[in-house]
Design a protein around this ligand. Structure first.
Ligand code: NA7
Length: 531
């Protein structure tokens, strides 16, 4: 148990918390990280399910703050696996001597702002009581698991896991009858591998998923060296992209409807052959114009029909919503897995799940017995981990009360009524609609520079004003509404968690966001009060 005074407490030892510790040390602060997991790495510590990979290419999904680090680290594949990304996080923790200030297996349960002392009083589930002038929530966007509210889950007599809490020793599905519930990224990555091992696999699908092939492969050492030869320029090009990645891939210049159907199809075929999320950059208006978007959606549906041999199964796998408004998935053999004899698709639109029973899953039509159930049901995204901390700001008001109708932040970095508290990639920042690593670094750099500025100027606190926050929330919504992103029930909107307020949380547009953050500083921390 720890008691005492620190300059800063950082909650979480994922990529955000690790870099925050490094930067805050660099400005001379005594900082400590509390991390609930048994190791560093955040989402890459927990999500150990079969097939877990990043959907951003490995040469881009990495830190850039240390050129020595980015020169020495060797990624092995186009899209890095979870074990490789976790090794990278561990390497960073060791290389920058971060571990001595990280307390593992320690969850922050409460943080109260003491107005008289102008300090945060932080409590952990191990009984630590520490005080700090600064509190940094590096809690991650995809860290609070969303267990489905299906009656009877605890009655199941077989084994059950959530993909976001996968056992460290792995799971052997050999000879087993298995269910996977959920067909988002975690489902589509794990389903082909589970199907290859299990005796039988039933996939419980509520909403069909658009997915493009990853075409994953070993990283070409010559191509990686070419990037390393001028990594800074590569990073700078990516930072100018709307979502902060993919600068060196071909991008359409004209709207999808400007081309003849055959020409448009050739463009989609080329993007499909390259693979990955940049499929959505085939035309610049795909997330702006519903008719253009529909051309991409129809192309993917045609692909599904050409891959899946049973026409009835293919139709059930064909999504109808706007493509991209739920995160586009990147897969290896997902649709082809439904050609396997041992794989069955259960369409929950026809037969919703009624309950989980001792033997398995009961829908309105049938009872399915299983040895194991995998819940690939996602996360209480962006706010879930923050909501789970009892955060009391000025006047003892809780963040939960303040955010009861949806998260409210200024720049996704701070929230009025909670002085000296910062969020890393919080709601209202590009976060999940950007390459997370550069977004994390941009946020942490902004926060560290801000703290250094406040300390240098002899002030003690900085706090977002209510009016700046209100204007920012309106702006985030206006930009979101200009796009097709809010058009379906996604976790970007909180729509996957029953009862969660529906508010579009990420800010669309990485370069504009970075420019605005810079401008706020240039204007003397416009929208903040320094006291
Ligand atoms: P996602 O993308 O939120 O996917 C969760 C899936 O689970 C999705 O298909 C959901 O269907 C389904 N789901 C959720 N609750 C239920 C219930 N109660 N019954 C049946 N099906 C359900 O989470 P992932 O972990 O796959 O991916 C999250 C992000 O991690 C991903 O976007 C990448 O950025 C990395 P729904 O679509 O809600 O109908």
């Amino acid at each position: 148990m720890n008691e005492g005074r620190l300059d800063a407490v950082i909650v979480g030892a994922g990529f955000a918390g690790l870099y925050a510790l490094h930067r805050l040390r660099g400005i001379g602060l005594a900082a400590r990280v509390f991390e609930a997991g048994g190791g560093v790495g955040g989402t890459w510590y927990w999500n150990r399910y079969p097939g877990a990979r990043c959907d951003i290419e490995s040469m881009e999904y990495s830190y850039q703050f240390s050129d020595a680090l980015q020169q020495e680290w060797q990624w092995t594949e186009r899209y890095a696996t979870q074990p490789e990304i976790l090794r990278y996080a561990e390497h960073v923790a060791d290389r920058f001597d971060l571990r001595r200030d990280i307390r593992l297996e320690t969850r922050v349960v409460a943080a109260r702002y003491d107005e008289a002392e102008q300090r945060w009083r932080i409590e952990t589930d191990r009984g630590d009581r520490v005080e700090a002038r600064w509190c940094i929530l590096a809690t991650g966007c995809l860290s609070a698991a969303n267990w489905p509210a299906i009656p009877g889950r605890e009655r199941f007599s077989g084994r059950a896991w959530h993909t976001g809490h996968w056992p460290h020793e792995g799971v052997d599905f050999s000879g087993q009858s298995v269910a996977v519930v959920g067909t988002g990224s975690s489902g589509i990555q794990s389903i082909p591998l589970i199907a290859a091992q299990a005796r039988s696999l039933h996939v419980f699908q509520r909403t069909p998923t658009y997915s493009v092939p990853a075409h994953n492969r070993p990283l070409d050492p010559a191509a990686a060296d070419a990037i390393r030869a001028d990594y800074a320029a590569f990073r700078a090009r990516n930072a100018l992209q709307p979502f902060g990645f993919g600068a060196d891939l071909p991008r359409g210049e004209v709207g999808a409807q400007a081309l003849e159907p055959a020409e448009r199809r050739r463009a989609y075929e080329a993007a499909w052959a390259r693979g990955g999320l940049p499929f959505l950059a085939t035309f610049p208006d795909l997330m702006l114009d519903p008719a253009s978007n529909e051309t991409a959606a129809a192309f993917i549906r045609d692909k599904i029909r050409s891959i899946v041999r049973d026409p009835a199964v293919a139709e059930r796998l064909c999504p109808t919503q706007v493509v991209g408004c739920k995160r586009l998935c990147v897969d290896t053999d997902y649709y082809a897995t439904f050609n396997r004899e041992n794989v069955t698709l259960v369409d929950l639109r026809d037969e919703p799940i009624e309950a989980i029973e001792a033997e398995g899953i009961r829908t309105t039509r049938d009872s399915y017995p299983f040895d194991a159930i995998v819940f690939a049901t996602g996360f209480d995204a962006m706010t879930g981990a923050i909501d789970r901390i009892a955060l009391h700001g000025r006047d003892g008001r809780t963040l939960g009360e303040k955010w009861s109708t949806g998260p409210r932040t200024y720049l996704g970095l701070a929230t009025a009524g909670f002085p000296n508290l910062f969020l890393v990639t919080g709601p209202g920042s590009p976060s999940v609609l950007s390459n997370m690593l550069p977004s994390i670094e941009q946020h942490v750099d902004w926060i560290a520079d801000c703290i250094a500025h406040v300390e240098r100027s002899g002030r003690r606190t900085i706090e977002a004003t209510r009016s700046a926050e209100d204007a920012w929330v309106d702006h985030v919504n206006a930009v979101g509404d200009f796009t097709l992103f809010p058009r379906c029930s996604s976790w970007y909107l909180g729509a996957n968690v029953p009862g969660k307020p529906r508010v579009f949380m990420p800010y669309v547009g990485f370069p504009a966001y970075v420019a605005r953050c810079r401008e706020v500083v240039e204007k003397g921390y416009e929208g903040f009060v320094l006291a």
